[in-house]
Design a protein around this ligand. Structure first.
Ligand code: ADE
Length: 345
């Protein structure tokens, strides 16, 4: 099993899922961040609601932990309909999907997480469901096989994916609305932490909320998880009130540094610099050096390091940039061309 990281953008326990549910904004008005995408969604949603129609099929794409599930829940909530949640890898047999689809009511939401991982047979079964709100279900086998055509209610499929590029064209073309979620700013994350602390009745200073936000890697799920760790620390080691000092001590103990990097991130940067002279180096080589799976590095480590400018991805492999040397306190190689001013500010 891969090691659990306190800064992982993925859910790390089922307990965390129920914890997050209490913190999820129920409406777009309460949703912090992703301004443009939220405004576009708000217009589409209000228009559909006013016309009494289902929302068009909607695809959310972007890194994990940024609010794709939250937005799917908000859609059903605003329409006053039901949401059924499943995921690409969980759907194995057409029979399972048939059951889910025929149970959907008018304007209900079917949320399919990790939709890029749907098996091909399930994906093909979905096409007529999305396009014509019907399914062709084959019953019996051999010479007794017959297709029954089952009409469905007008529902909305909401898909979520971390890799929009790996969706097949026929599936992608059946979505009407596309929204890309991006990493949150520190200011937005601080607002989210403050809002969550309010719901949880935790006393927190502005400075502490900002401190948690700076270390949350642009990801609300990480911010809320760090808030939990800091709350525990404050209750056990102090009076329960969260001060900046307590926050820094708690997060230092968790191994999360002032830019939100943990042991694995620093190990990744350090390997590129120390073992491969700053790169370029292929991800497979790094995977072997660090004894971590390639997928873990590509999905969970690199996105934030790329976004922060610590590394670049080139045709020849991964390269460490100047901020990576600075962050680790290592000297720049002599032939390193300094980054243009402002690029990494
Ligand atoms: N909790 C998690 N994500 C949030 C967001 N984007 N806005 C408000 N609260 C949140």
């Amino acid at each position: 099993m891969p090691r659990q990281r306190v800064v992982s953008p993925e859910l790390i326990s089922s307990d965390e899922e129920s914890f997050n549910q209490t913190l999820r904004p129920p409406t777009l008005e309460e949703y912090i961040g992703q301004k443009r995408e939220v405004e576009k969604l708000s217009i589409a949603l209000t228009a559909a609601k006013n016309r009494g129609e289902a929302l068009e099929h909607t695809l959310f794409h972007g890194p994990p932990g940024l609010g794709k599930t939250t937005l799917a829940n908000i859609i059903a909530n605003v329409l006053g309909t039901k949401i059924t949640v499943t995921s690409g890898p969980a759907l194995e047999r057409t029979g399972d999907l048939m059951g889910i689809l025929t149970n959907l009511g008018e304007r209900d939401v079917l949320f399919v997480d990790e939709i890029h991982r749907l098996p091909v047979n399930i994906e093909e079964f979905l096409y007529p469901a999305m396009e014509d709100f019907k399914v062709d279900f084959v019953v019996d086998k051999g010479m007794f096989a017959k297709t029954i055509n089952v009409p469905l209610k007008k529902f909305t499929l909401v898909g979520a994916t971390t890799r929009a590029g790996s969706l097949s064209a026929p599936l992608r073309n059946r979505f009407g609305l596309f929204y890309h979620l991006d990493f949150y700013t520190v200011d937005e994350l601080a607002q989210i932490v403050t809002r969550s602390a309010g719901i949880l009745e935790i006393k927190i200073t502005r400075e502490s909320a900002a401190e948690i936000a700076r270390r949350a890697r642009g990801t609300p799920r990480v911010a809320n998880r760090l808030l939990r760790r800091v709350r525990d620390y404050a209750e056990v080691k102090a009076t329960g009130e969260i001060t900046a000092e307590i926050t820094r001590a708690a997060l230092e103990l968790e191994g999360v540094d002032d830019r939100g990097l943990d042991h694995l991130d620093r190990g990744f940067l350090s390997a590129i610099i120390r073992m491969y002279k700053g790169g370029p180096v292929g991800v497979e080589a790094l995977s072997a050096t660090l004894n971590e799976e390639v997928d873990t590095l590509v999905d969970m480590v690199e996105p934030y390091l790329l976004q922060q400018g610590f590394i670049s991805r080139t045709k020849a492999g991964r390269k460490a940039n100047e901020p990576a040397y600075e962050h680790l306190g290592l000297p720049l190689p002599r032939n390193e061309v300094p980054a243009p001013p402002g690029l990494f500010d």
